[in-house]
Design a protein around this ligand. Structure first.
Ligand code: 5GP
Ligand code: MN
Length: 330
């Protein structure tokens, strides 16, 4: 398996060794990797008898409730902490109100562990590995460095992180290291089929109905296919907070398109924009330029303005950004 720079790992192990109360935090609207990374590292630190609190800026989606410990993830952590660790988060703004806890603490030491190519190195210690397909994959190395054994309990959240961020080993950043990491976690006793089924292959009927509405808005314009999600597209029984349920991946499977975009009008003057691209096309830089971030094939940003304004701005920037990029599978 690829090794992290040992000096950074040793620094992190040393800082963890000195700390007693540790807050693990992840990005807003946490995904399987963010949740898997905080639960996996949280478990390892608890085994070292650290007082660990796990936190997310907002609620964890219910499909991750099969992960032990998920009920302990809080949105409002209480108490004092002598070490803060941010996981799977590319900038301080994505920690939302949790970042204020870091700045309010007297001796605020923040370790930033992430795999987003757009990470802005906002910690005092920044371990950013854009080659890693998931933050959970990096956590395996950290847990090894901490001398904690990866058993079934620890392997489950970590495999969840790798499976969800690679969309079931579909993304082009899935290679031998990711399969070796997964193989090790499966060897520890986790069922790959179980994790795949629970995280990637099920969604409520209400979400299927919402997908129908979103599909109806899909427009193919040159090499870009885009769709919208608005507050008016309500489905009875489905909370608007549930997001798109992974719809953007379906949208981006459009053969004629190189990029898929979902405009999610939050109804409060903000529009969340999700990007996916075909292998060979990178949309990370576009997202970063628009104030967001992400990976080559999956990125996002949030813009202020009306849906129409945001669509015009984003599509113009995107068209220009992909004009000199070609997909691998044309
Ligand atoms: P998704 O479309 O699944 O929400 O996000 C795809 C990727 O883009 C994820 O890695 C996510 O962290 C990143 N991303 C999405 N929205 C934003 C954003 O507003 N800011 C930043 N920095 N990254 C984002
Ligand atoms: Mn991730």
């Amino acid at each position: 398996m690829r090794q992290a720079r040992p000096d950074i790992l040793l620094d992190i192990v040393r800082l963890v060794g000195r700390a007693d109360r540790i807050l693990l935090m992840c990005h807003v609207d946490p995904d399987g990797d963010a949740i898997g990374a905080i639960l996996g590292l949280g478990l390892a630190l608890a085994r070292l008898n650290k007082h660990v609190v796990t936190a997310s800026p907002n609620r964890v989606p219910s499909r991750y409730s099969f992960l032990p410990g998920v009920e302990g993830i809080t949105t409002h952590p209480a108490g004092d902490f002598d070490l803060f660790i941010s996981l799977d988060c590319s900038d301080a703004q994505r920690l939302k109100h949790l970042h204020a806890l870091v700045t309010a603490a007297n001796r605020s030491l923040l370790i930033n562990i992430d795999h987003h190519v757009t990470n802005v190195n906002f910690g005092q210690i920044n371990w950013v590995d854009a080659q890693a397909a998931a933050t959970a994959e990096m956590i395996i190395q950290l847990v090894d460095a901490l001398g904690v054994t990866i058993d079934q309990e620890l392997a489950l959240p970590l495999l969840t992180g790798i499976v969800t961020d690679t969309r079931g080993f579909h993304t082009p950043n899935t290679g031998a290291p990711q399969l070796q990491a997964a193989s090790r976690l499966i060897d520890a006793g986790v069922s790959l089929a179980d994790v795949m089924e629970r995280t990637l292959n099920v969604r409520p009927y209400t979400m299927i109905r919402l997908w129908g509405k979103m599909l109806d808005t899909a427009i193919l314009e040159g090499r870009i296919v885009w769709a919208v999600l608005t507050p008016q597209m309500q489905v009875a029984g489905l909370s608007y907070e549930n997001g798109d349920g992974g719809f953007i991946n379906l949208l981006t499977s459009t053969r004629e398109a190189d990029v898929g975009v979902l405009f999610h009008d939050k109804g409060n003057g903000h529009v969340e924009v999700g990007f996916r691209s075909k292998p060979g096309i990178s949309i990370a830089e576009v997202a970063l330029r628009l104030g967001g971030g992400g990976h080559a094939q999956a990125a996002g940003c949030t813009l202020n303005g009306s849906l129409v304004e945001v669509q015009q701005t984003v599509l113009a920037v995107l068209r220009e950004a992909i004009s000199d990029q070609k997909p691998i599978y044309g």
